[in-house]
Design a protein. Structure first.
Length: 557
């Protein structure tokens, strides 16, 4: 590719002459719709190099399917104007967000986020498609097109077959593409004793003629269809549809239409989509899908003798991707050091910081309860002045808490270091992790305090579970989280490390000086919640905790 006298460079893995898939039909129809008004050339993604991108940086790029686009080329697009015409969920490694509860992929499954983030717009086929991309990436450049484009020739074929008599009662799409769910449709028919005929994949005109004869289409896609032209064509031709919740277009306001009314809508929508595309190409403007608004987060930090760490802690908070959407509450339990000077300097830059200094040495549990009472956030994030966090720590934790409605608390792995004031990005942990948070959540696994040093939870949980036990100095967090579990709360472990835990040999939870009172307090929690842990864990740890009670008659069952 040398000099190209065009307005749009359209990039895709394959074009309609090579592959006859829904994405290729969609791309081809779009190019043909725009062609009279803007000059467009299509180039296969595997041919795109950083040099090609740089040499044509004045062009408008549309990146459609890009499985074969190199990582180097993706990075080169950062200096251009490009949009992503989203097909096949390429922001998730599995390309199938329906594998995961609430369509929320694990963090280790997220990919291409920077490529999506740097685009002028990420154009999704439907509102449902846009909402799923949004909840996984939390970007503000998502667009819902709420439609696909059909060529006039295709619409004429559909119109020709509008009144075809229904001679086949049930039809199942014949496709060896596992995503189209042919085995699931066949299994459904067998279970319901339904006799059906296959709809063979054929050239468009013959394919539509075959669909037009069918009274009911049975179709169970196995992944979230970004739009699904097949079901719209079925509605135009008057077919009933038996399906699942994985069809993007089903969430559109117009999906209830059928027959000529649906056909007329699609024809008019073609023109609406054309105008939106032309405005995007010429003016670089389009209406964006509403950004995901995470609930307000209250970050709490208890403080005592932390001057050595406070400056780096505040820097760590400032670097959080959503710090400006949070409030930070610092409660100083009458520290003998000069943390206040650093905090007040920080508060001049950030108005979302609340600093309260007490005139007595309060316990961590007391200050935690004070912060809960002061908090105006819906979510409550626990932090320690000597720990550090990934820049996206709060964003990722809040995302998974917000979009997993049956979960009250989220936590993640933390790397562990013995060197003070290292950062999450540069530390000496060598991959070693904080031991208590290693396991996924279950009541039995709460024999360890799974949430660890930096969890986030719904503040509302305290309405049913109460606050922290202020008589405790060492195991109050374990006690509180066990009370949540006992009350029916579920926790979720996020599948990627998000923090750096500083193993401070002089800390309350680690020092030898406090080992005996700490052990006694932990033992009281162990025996109190033995029914939560289960009999096997009770038997396993009974003797260990018994040594701290001083009571050899402690019950053993």
């Amino acid at each position: 590719m040398t000099d190209v006298d065009v307005d749009i460079i359209f990039i895709s893995d394959f074009f309609l002459g090579e592959v006859r898939g829904g994405a290729e039909f969609c791309n081809d129809a779009l190019i043909r719709l725009l062609m009279p008004d803007v000059r467009t050339v299509g180039i296969k993604s595997q041919l795109i190099t950083p040099e090609i991108v740089a040499n044509h940086s004045d062009k408008f790029f549309v990146v459609a399917n890009f499985f074969l686009l190199s990582e180097e080329a993706k990075k080169a697009f950062a200096d251009t104007t490009y949009v992503i015409l989203e097909h096949d969920h390429k922001y998730v490694k599995s390309n199938n967000p329906s594998l995961y509860a609430n369509f929320l992929a694990p963090e280790t499954q997220i990919q291409n986020k920077e490529f999506y983030k740097n685009a002028l717009a990420v154009l999704c086929q439907s509102k449902k498609h846009a909402s799923v991309v949004q909840r996984n990436l939390l970007l503000d450049n998502i667009v819902s097109l709420s439609g696909n484009i059909w060529t006039e020739e295709q619409l004429a074929v559909l119109e020709k077959n509008l009144n075809t008599p229904k001679t086949i009662k049930y039809g199942v799409l014949y496709s060896h593409n596992k995503n189209k769910g042919m085995p699931a449709a066949i299994a459904y028919c067998k279970h319901k004793n339904i006799e059906f005929e296959f709809i063979q994949e054929q050239p468009f005109e013959q394919f539509i003629e075959n669909i037009a004869k069918i009274e009911t289409l049975i179709f169970f896609p196995q992944w979230l269809e970004t739009y699904n032209r097949f079901s719209v064509e079925g509605r135009i031709l008057g077919a009933k549809l038996v399906t699942n919740n994985l069809i993007g277009v089903a969430g559109e306001d117009y999906f209830h239409l059928k027959g000529k009314e649906m056909l007329d809508f699609i024809r008019q929508n073609n023109q609406n989509l054309k105008e939106r595309w032309l405005t995007l190409v010429r003016d670089h403007t389009i209406d964006y899908y509403p950004s995901a608004v995470l609930p307000k987060i209250t970050i709490f930090c208890p403080l005592y003798a932390g001057e050595k760490y406070i400056e780096k802690f505040l820097e760590d908070m400032e670097n959080q991707t959503i710090f400006d959407q949070c409030e930070l509450i610092i409660i100083d339990a009458n520290s003998p050091e000069n943390e206040r000077e650093h905090i007040e300097k920080f508060m001049k830059k950030h108005k979302n910081v609340i600093y309260k200094r007490l005139d007595y040495r309060a316990t961590v549990m007391e200050t935690e309860n004070m912060a809960i009472d002061m908090a105006t956030g819906e979510f409550f994030a626990q932090t320690c002045v000597d720990d550090r966090h990934a820049h996206s720590h709060l964003e990722i934790m809040a995302k998974h808490l917000h979009f997993t409605e049956d979960v009250d608390l989220v936590y993640a792995d933390c790397y562990q270091t013995t060197v003070a004031n290292e950062t999450f990005e540069a530390n000496s942990s060598s991959g070693a992790k904080y031991e208590h948070s290693l396991n996924n959540f279950s009541a039995e696994n709460m024999i360890k305090c799974l949430p660890g040093p930096m969890p986030m939870w719904r503040k509302s949980v305290h309405e049913k579970c109460g606050n922290f036990n202020e008589e405790m100095s060492y195991a109050g967090d374990w006690d509180m989280f066990l009370r949540m579990v006992e009350g029916g709360s579920k926790f979720k472990k996020i599948d990627t490390p998000l923090g750096l835990y500083y193993y401070n040999e002089d800390g309350l939870s680690t020092s030898q000086e406090h080992s005996k009172p700490r052990g006694k307090e932990e033992a009281s929690v162990f025996f109190k919640y033995k029914d939560v842990f289960g009999q096997a864990n009770f038997n396993r740890y009974h003797n260990y905790f018994l040594q701290f009670t001083g009571d050899t008659n402690e019950q053993s069952a």
